[in-house]
Design a protein around this ligand. Structure first.
Ligand code: PLP
Length: 477
C-alpha cells in the first residue's frame, strides 16, 4: 500500500469507524457465536500473495464484526468501561504512524517528554501530592500497559527495596532464606491481579477481611502485621484498593496509610477505575492519607475516554522503582542519560509506544471541565439506576453507590439472581456480569457508554424488570 492508497483507505476507514459508532445501538450488544466460529470460516494458512484491501474489509463485515462484543454499546453494562473517544483514537493513529519506540529519552525525546508533561498534568488533576510529580523532583509518573502491571511492578520494587535493606543488615543471609519470609497484604476484595502479583513475585499475599462497607480498615491490617511479625515474617507491601472491582468499595486509605508509615511498609494504591473520579473535587476525600502512600495507579483507559492501553502509575521515590528494574547495556545508553528520564527503567518492557499522545489529545479536547462533566454524568446515571432498584421491593442494592457502578440482587437465595443474570444476558439486549460480595451473588450494572443517557438507563431497567417478572412468575407457577 503506498501513500496515495493509504490516503484513500484511511479516509474510508475513518468513515467506517464513525458509521460503526453512530449505528452501534442497532446491533446486538453481545455476539451470537460459539467458540471456534472464526477458525471454521477463515483459511487454514496465510495467503501467499497479497490481497485487495476491499476483500479484507468485506471479511471484516462478514466474519469479524459478528464475533464482536460491543463494549461501546449503550447497553453494555459489564465490567468497567473501556475508555474510548474520537480524540483518543486520533491520538493513537498518530502514535501508530510515528511508530517510535520510546524506551529512552534519546530514542525519541518528544515521546518521553510528553509522557512527563501529561503525567504531571494528570497527577495534578487527581490531587496527588507534589512528591509524586516529576516536577516535584524525587518521584514521577509513567504509563504502563495495565493496572496488573502497575501492581506487579510496585510489588517487585518493594520486594527489591526490602531485600536490599535486609542484606544491608544481614549480609551473610541468603536471598533464598529471606524471600519466603516476606508477606504482602490486600483486602479480600482486591482485584485478582494483586494475588497474581504475589504469585509471580514469589511472596505470600494475605487477603484480609473487610468491614460492613466492604472496606479494609487500619486495625485489621495492624493486627495481621503484628501476628506475622510474631511469626518471624517480614511485612513489606500493602495494596489498598480505591474502587474494588466487585462493588466499587473503598479501603480506608487514611487508616491504612498510618499503619504503613508506622510499620515502614510500601503502600500501593490501586485506583484503576474509581481513581479517575478524583478529578472532581467532591471525590477528593477518598485519597485522604495519600501523603503516606508509596505508589498509586489509575487507568484512564477505563474511565477517562482514553483507549486501551493506558494505565498511569506514580511513585513518590523513583529511585526505589528504577533501581529494581534497571539494566543498562551499552547499546541503550546515550549522552544525556544522566539528566534525561529513560522510562525503560520504570517497568518491565523495553519497547514503549507513544501513548501519551492520546491522553494529551483527550485532555486538550475536553478540558478538565469536560472530563469532570463526563464523570459526574456517569455517577448521576448510576444513582438514577439505583433509585429504580430501590423503588422495586423485589430487589436490594448491595453496597454504596458512589461511582458509576450499582450492585443489586433479587431478595432471596443466590440462585434467583444467578438465573436473572443469565436471562438478562441471554436476551442479548443488555450485557452485565455477576460478582460475589460476602457470599451474596449480585449483578453488577456499570454505566459504561461514553454518551450514556437517561433513556439507556430506563431501557435497561425495563428489561431487567421484565426478566425478573418472568423469572418470578415461572417460579410461582
Ligand atoms: N484493579 C482494579 C480495581 C480493577 O478493577 C481492575 C480491572 O477491572 C484491575 C486492577 C486490572 O486492570 P487491568 O486490566 O488494567 O490489569
Amino acid at each position: 500500500m503506498d501513500a496515495s492508497d493509504f490516503r484513500k483507505r484511511g479516509k474510508e476507514m475513518v468513515d467506517y469507524i464513525a458509521d460503526y459508532m453512530e449505528t452501534i445501538s442497532n446491533r446486538r450488544v453481545t455476539p451470537d457465536v460459539e467458540p471456534g466460529y472464526l477458525a471454521e470460516k477463515l483459511p487454514k494458512r496465510a495467503p501467499k500473495k497479497g490481497e485487495e484491501f476491499n476483500d479484507i474489509m468485506i471479511d471484516v463485515d462478514k466474519y469479524i464484526i459478528p464475533g464482536i462484543t460491543h463494549w461501546q454499546h449503550p447497553h453494555f453494562h459489564a465490567f468497567f468501561p473501556a475508555g474510548n473517544s474520537f480524540p483518543s483514537i486520533l491520538g493513537d493513529m498518530l502514535s501508530d504512524a510515528i511508530g517510535c519506540v520510546g524506551f529512552s529519552w534519546a530514542a525519541s525525546p518528544a515521546c518521553t517528554e510528553l509522557e512527563i508533561v501529561v503525567l504531571d498534568w494528570f497527577g495534578k488533576m487527581l490531587g496527588l501530592p507534589n512528591e509524586f510529580l516529576h516536577e516535584g523532583g524525587t518521584g514521577g509518573g509513567v504509563i504502563q500497559g495495565s493496572a496488573s502491571e502497575c501492581v506487579l511492578v510496585t510489588l517487585l520494587a518493594a520486594r527489591h527495596t526490602t531485600l536490599k535493606d535486609l542484606k544491608g543488615k544481614f549480609p551473610f543471609v541468603d536471598d533464598g532464606i529471606l524471600l519466603p519470609k516476606l508477606v504482602a497484604y490486600s483486602s479480600k476484595l482486591a482485584h485478582s491481579c494483586v494475588e497474581k502479583a504475589g504469585m509471580i513475585g514469589l511472596v505470600k499475599m494475605r487477603q484480609l477481611d473487610v468491614d460492613e462497607h466492604f472496606s479494609l480498615r487500619g486495625h485489621v491490617l495492624e493486627r495481621a502485621i503484628e501476628e506475622d511479625r510474631r511469626l518471624g515474617l517480614i511485612p513489606f507491601y500493602v495494596c489498598a484498593t480505591l474502587g474494588t472491582t466487585a462493588c466499587c468499595s473503598f479501603d480506608h486509605l487514611q487508616e491504612l496509610s498510618e499503619v504503613c508509615a508506622k510499620e515502614s511498609v510500601w503502600l500501593h494504591v490501586d485506583a484503576a477505575y474509581a481513581g479517575n473520579a478524583l478529578i472532581c473535587a467532591e471525590n477528593q476525600h477518598y485519597i485522604r492519607g495519600i501523603e503516606n502512600a508509596t505508589s498509586f495507579n489509575c487507568n484512564p483507559n477505563k474511565w477517562m475516554l482514553v483507549n486501551f492501553d493506558c494505565s498511569l502509575m506514580w511513585v513518590r521515590n523513583k529511585e526505589l522503582l528504577t533501581s529494581s528494574m534497571a539494566v543498562d547495556p551499552l547499546y541503550l545508553q546515550h549522552k544525556h542519560d544522566d539528566k534525561a528520564e529513560d522510562f525503560r527503567h520504570w517497568g518491565i518492557p523495553l519497547s514503549r509506544r507513544f501513548r501519551s499522545l492520546k491522553i494529551w489529545f483527550v485532555i486538550r479536547t475536553y478540558g478538565v471541565e469536560g472530563l469532570q462533566h463526563y464523570i459526574r454524568k456517569h455517577i448521576r446515571l448510576a444513582k438514577l439506576f439505583e433509585t429504580y432498584v430501590k423503588n422495586d421491593a423485589r430487589f436490594e442494592v448491595m453496597g454504596k453507590v458512589t461511582m458509576g457502578l450499582v450492585c443489586f440482587r433479587l431478595k432471596g437465595p443466590n440462585s434467583l439472581t444467578q438465573k436473572l443474570c443469565r436471562m438478562i444476558n441471554e436476551s442479548a439486549r443488555l450485557y452485565t456480569v455477576p460478582a460475589l460480595i460476602n457470599e451474596n451473588y449480585v449483578i453488577r450494572f456499570c454505566v459504561c457508554a461514553q454518551d450514556a443517557m437517561e433513556s439507556d438507563i430506563e431501557y435497561a431497567w425495563r428489561i431487567i424488570s421484565q426478566e425478573a417478572s418472568e423469572l418470578l412468575d415461572q417460579r410461582a407457577s
